[in-house]
Design a protein around this ligand. Structure first.
Ligand code: S3P
Length: 444
């Protein structure tokens, strides 16, 4: 795998985004499709699978636990499920790379297996907090070792049994919720998770698609362990988190008119649309339909004059991965944008509050980092010298956000440490080029 520092972007200023395009498959759903297909009975056929490094880390982990998986081949994957008790011990540690979703969800799914396993990650993932899953999993009876700081590697030791838990999450996290529900499949009795605010519900929807009963009452979701999953067909929508770069790009670049095809518009993921609309964005949802238990639409976005807003706190979990690119929208908007209630941004693939504030400052934007958000004063975007590149800190969404900023910059933008764009959006440079944003990527 390429080292994160290998790739630099040099993005030409200006341009217009036009045409129709399809961004790659949803990352969250791709992870879950492999996990549930692996422990289901019978074959699962998946289409639209994201062939990025993160989802591939999950796929490879299950291959190493003895699951026969064909593909991915142009997004098609066939998984021969081994049933709830059919996973085998891997010969060595499982490498989750940069993927927090792989590590946190697998900690739950593997907590009830009869073999020991160690989960490791790259430098960024090895700094991210894991107690948010290991502590509630321990309450279910799991034995999971972490470093003293509560980070990976995670050492899972088999236990005689897991017992169901009624857990109220202190943070709104779909990864924590999903981890506990996956452990709950192997636990005695009922496992319930209450969320402080709605978070993405792909795990619940997909369990239902595999024939497993999940009950929701208001903010509480429950399942009973000991059931089984049945293989099925899954069609994965295009990832709204990847579409978000183009939603913002077309909104800020004069003359833009773009259609994004087959994008997932699950209500727990559409914060980016709600926020852009509140800023004056021109976004239309066309041909709404359902695919694989998930709502999907073609999205038309046209250039609009954006104005600064106070981002509603209830939209934060619904736009958590899109906030970096929304900062770019705010930098191009008239007036001030204020985000609060987003302290989680500090523990993503990078500290997204500080790293975005530093990059925006390089472009001459007045951006004030707050402990739990950011205050941004919209205005003109400058450019960077080649020697003074913005540092993406190996964070895919930071690299793509600043690439999009070039649409309104006064000169070229150089960005370093961009290789991890591959984790979520393989083909980003080419797709952006086809739509009208010129990025020169160099490795070295
Ligand atoms: C994800 C949940 C979110 C999100 C991440 C993917 C998931 O993380 O940021 O990119 O697939 O469940 P948190 O659960 O930490 O909020």
């Amino acid at each position: 795998m390429a080292q994160p520092s290998d790739t630099r972007y040099l993005v030409a200023p200006g341009g217009t985004l036009r045409g129709r395009l399809r961004v790659p498959g949803d990352k969250s759903i791709s992870h879950r499709s492999i996990m549930l297909a692996a422990i289901a009975e019978g074959e699962t056929r998946i289409s639209g699978f994201l062939e990025g490094a993160d989802a591939m880390a999950t796929l490879t982990a299950f291959r190493r636990m003895g699951v026969r998986i064909e593909g991915p081949d142009a997004g098609e994957v066939r998984v021969q499920g081994v049933g709830m008790r059919g996973l085998q011990a891997p010969d060595g540690t499982l490498d989750m790379g940069n993927s927090g979703t792989s590590m946190r969800l697998l900690a739950g799914l593997l907590a009830g297996q009869s073999f020991p396993v160690t989960l490791v990650g790259d430098a960024s993932l090895s700094k991210r907090p894991m107690r948010r899953v290991t502590e509630p999993l321990a309450q279910m009876g799991a034995r999971i070792g972490t470093t003293e700081g509560g980070t990976a590697p995670l050492d899972l030791t088999p236990v005689a049994r897991l017992t169901g838990l009624d857990y109220v999450m202190p943070v709104a996290s779909a990864q924590v919720k999903s981890s506990l529900l996956l452990a709950g499949l192997y636990a005695e009795g009922e496992t319930c998770v209450t969320e402080p605010a709605p978070t993405r519900d792909h795990t619940e929807r997909m369990l239902t698609a595999f024939g497993y009963s999940v009950r929701r009452q208001a903010s509480k979701v429950c399942l009973t362990g000991g059931g089984r999953l049945t293989g099925c067909r899954l069609k994965i929508p295009a990832d709204i988190s990847s579409a978000a770069f183009f939603l913002v790009g077309a909104s800020i670049a004069p003359g833009s008119d773009l259609i994004l095809e087959g994008v997932g518009i699950n209500p727990t993921r559409v914060g980016v649309i709600n926020i852009l609309r509140a800023m004056g964005g021109d976004i239309e949802l066309m041909d709404r339909r359902t695919a694989g238990g998930e709502p999907v639409a073609d999205i038309r976005v046209r250039h609009a004059r954006l104005r600064g807003i106070r981002i509603p706190v209830d939209q934060v979990p619904l736009a958590i991965d899109e906030l970096p690119v929304l900062f770019i929208a705010a930098a191009c908007a008239e007036g001030e944008t204020i985000l609060t209630g987003a302290e989680e941004l500090r523990v993503k693939e990078s500290d997204r509050i500080q790293v975005m504030a530093d990059g925006l400052a390089k472009l001459g934007v007045c951006a004030e980092p707050l402990p739990d958000g950011m205050r941004i004063f919209g205005g003109a975007l400058g450019s960077t010298g080649d020697a003074d590149a913005i540092d993406a800190h190996a964070d895919h969404r930071i690299a793509m956000s600043f690439a999009i900023a070039a649409l309104r910059a006064s000169g070229p933008i150089a960005i370093r440490d961009c290789a991890n764009v591959e984790t979520s959006f393989p083909g980003f440079v080419e797709l952006a080029g086809a739509a009208g944003l010129s990025i020169q990527a160099t490795r070295g």
